[in-house]
Design a protein around this ligand. Sequence first.
Ligand SMILES: Cc1cc2nc3c(=O)[nH]c(=O)nc-3n(C[C@H](O)[C@H](O)[C@H](O)COP(=O)(O)OP(=O)(O)OC[C@H]3O[C@@H](n4cnc5c(N)ncnc54)[C@H](O)[C@@H]3O)c2cc1C
Length: 389
Amino acid sequence: MTATDRLLRTGPTATEAVVSEYRDRARPLAEQLAGKGFRDQWEALAGLGVLRLDPPEPDRAGDAPGPVTRSLAMVEGIGLAGVDPGVVYALASQVFGMQYPLRAVLPEEAWRSLAHLQEGRVLLCHALTERRGGSDPLSMDTRARRDGDGYVLDGAKTFITAAPVADLALVFARTEENRSPFALSAFLFPVDTPGVTRADAFAKTALPGVPMGELAFEGVRLTADHRIGAEGSGLAILSSTTTWERALLLGYALGPMRITLQRITTWASERDHFGRRMGASHQVAARVSDMALALHRSRSLLYAMAARLDAGTPTRRLSAEAALTKISVSEDYVRLTGHATALSGVRAFIADSELPADLHSPMAALTYAGPNDLLRVGVAREFGLPVEN
Ligand SMILES: Cc1cc2nc3c(=O)[nH]c(=O)nc-3n(C[C@H](O)[C@H](O)[C@H](O)COP(=O)(O)OP(=O)(O)OC[C@H]3O[C@@H](n4cnc5c(N)ncnc54)[C@H](O)[C@@H]3O)c2cc1C
């Protein structure tokens, strides 16, 4: 165990053991899969069981992690193995941003019919954002018009992670023409339904390991079975998916953050500079400590959210905490990457150097799952300020 690993052991031993187990199981795959297509990587890693949702176990023995904590530890371990962060992001997005909230809102029989999602052969995407924007869902143009017992869907969703390769789409659409909290509904249907077209993938600079694209809907006929929850419950479902996402999606970043800290620590300990080791400078040491602080804070917050969800806390009571966690971890990811970039010098900007920096992916975390500026407004509103977006 490295000094970094020892310092960062924030969780119970059994949770840390899951992180190590998945790091060790994913490591050979990370090497075999480097350079392979997204779908191949996704399926191989899903084969480790990371998408499997264990049922809650109220009488867990000792310090055994609950199911959500275990999922987070698996995601962290896979990231720590050096798997492409885009693929780990996609796994975390499906398991936390879609599977857990869908299981919570769907009747048991409907969830059982989707249980195969956990095997990894079916890929989901979460389609909310439109060309005009994603932060204001009540301004969306995509409409599901009642037609007999079913609906006809028209519109388009864009900037959607995994849309170019997904099998199923969770799509939010307007079923009423106003800005009421009951104006939206959620639908889950196969992407190969007639009337759905996928545009080409965007050339994305952040998390390039997972494709992003657009879905257009033209007269797409959906049955009432494709609707998730009651008509008009779309915003409530969205609030559940986004709370889960804000609480835990950034678990994917823990691996890359830890790898970066380890690399920089080794670099600063071993490099001779100005006639001494680079790490003998107090300024260098302070940056390394700030990186460790960013990682320690992020791990503590993410695992605390997982524990709250394992304890059965309803997502409606977690929205402010989830937003604060997302703001803090994303900004710490940027901060840690900034310190690493400064300490790496020119090597940060050379793709095949020993210390290349990925600046885009941490910066993107400030935007997805709700831009931090807007999340701050929401948090202040929960504290009672009369502030609206
Ligand atoms: C890597 C990545 C993956 C993504 N994956 C998906 C996905 O799978 N599915 C999906 O639906 N979407 C996805 N998105 C899109 C994402 O959800 C949207 O980018 C996000 O909702 C913000 O919408 P926007 O980009 O239109 O930003 P905007 O809403 O235009 O906001 C941009 C900025 O404007 C400022 N701003 C605007 N209005 C206000 C205000 N009233 N108060 C304060 N500040 C304001 C803030 O600084 C804010 O950060 C992804 C984005 C990224 C980067």
